[in-house]
Write a protein that binds this ligand. Structure first.
Ligand code: ADE
Length: 252
């Protein structure tokens, strides 16, 4: 349908992202702001939105129908989805890693985000209505991914969450100073293994609350130790499930 960001000449490092959806307009604001926008401008990601309805052979533009066996809601039909995926696949020689957003999929976490960030091409398929005809999965062989145990009205918001988590991990997107791999105790390792340490900025005191003295000391080793300790404390208090994983590296 449209390319939201210009494609880079350097195909080696540019991730191509195809998004198949009935609501491409939902993506335009998100792709045109912050890190996703910057990745596009730097030529590190190229987003291509495709209207699923453009691929239906139904003269009235129908993409869904009532479920066999009865029940509430409408089901996305095989033809428009499968034809859209096949047509979009052919738009580039790079084979795509296909991701179908669905509440029954593998739960998105930092490990999966890192895995997807290594793909040169992602194809995200977002459905609406009650769900997809079961045969679509057999035909397009996607990874089904969920962003959590709740039901959204469609896969679009989930696709945007996934994209944000993934694209920021593409090398070069965050810049060297904040690269997830530039520090031994990086933000992303913290998120993966547990929660982050607390952050403070100016002023040194606000409404009677001071910034912890150690952060003003200039002693980087001591600051690193303090942050590790605080991260562990916070994780144990707020996410004991992650805390257990941090203590046993084998479980990571
Ligand atoms: N579509 C509807 N709900 C969803 C969820 N929780 N994750 C991914 N896709 C969805």
């Amino acid at each position: 349908m449209q390319a939201v960001a210009a494609e880079s000449g350097d195909r080696g490092s540019c991730m191509r992202v195809d998004i198949i959806t009935l609501f491409p307009e939902m993506f335009t604001g998100v792709l045109a702001a912050s890190i996703l926008k910057r990745a596009g401008e730097k030529g590190l990601a190229a987003y291509h939105l495709h209207q699923m309805r453009d691929y239906t052979t139904d003269p009235h533009g129908k993409v869904d129908d009532r479920p066999y066996g009865g029940g509430a809601g409408m089901v996305l039909m095989c033809q428009p989805v499968v034809d859209a995926v096949n047509a979009v696949e052919k738009m580039d020689l790079l084979p795509s890693r296909r991701v179908l957003l669905s509440p029954r999929g593998r739960r998105l976490d930092q490990k999966l985000a890192k895995e997807l960030a290594r793909e040169p091409r992602l194809m995200l398929v977002a459905g609406h209505y009650e769900g997809f005809d079961e045969r679509i999965g057999q035909l397009i062989k996607p990874d089904e991914v969920s962003i959590g145990d709740y039901v959204l009205s469609g896969g679009e918001l989930a696709a945007m969450v996934l994209l944000d988590a993934v694209v920021r991990l593409v090398p070069g997107v965050l810049g060297d100073e904040t690269s997830p791999h530039s520090e031994s105790f990086s933000t992303d390792e913290l998120v993966e293994g547990g929660l982050e340490y607390p952050h403070y900025t100016r002023p040194r005191e606000y409404d009677g609350l001071p910034v912890p003295e150690v952060l003003l000391s200039g002693d980087h080793a001591q600051i690193a130790r303090w942050r590790r300790m605080k991260a562990q404390e916070i994780t144990a208090r707020l996410r004991p499930d992650l805390s257990v994983r941090m203590e046993s590296p084998a479980a990571k």
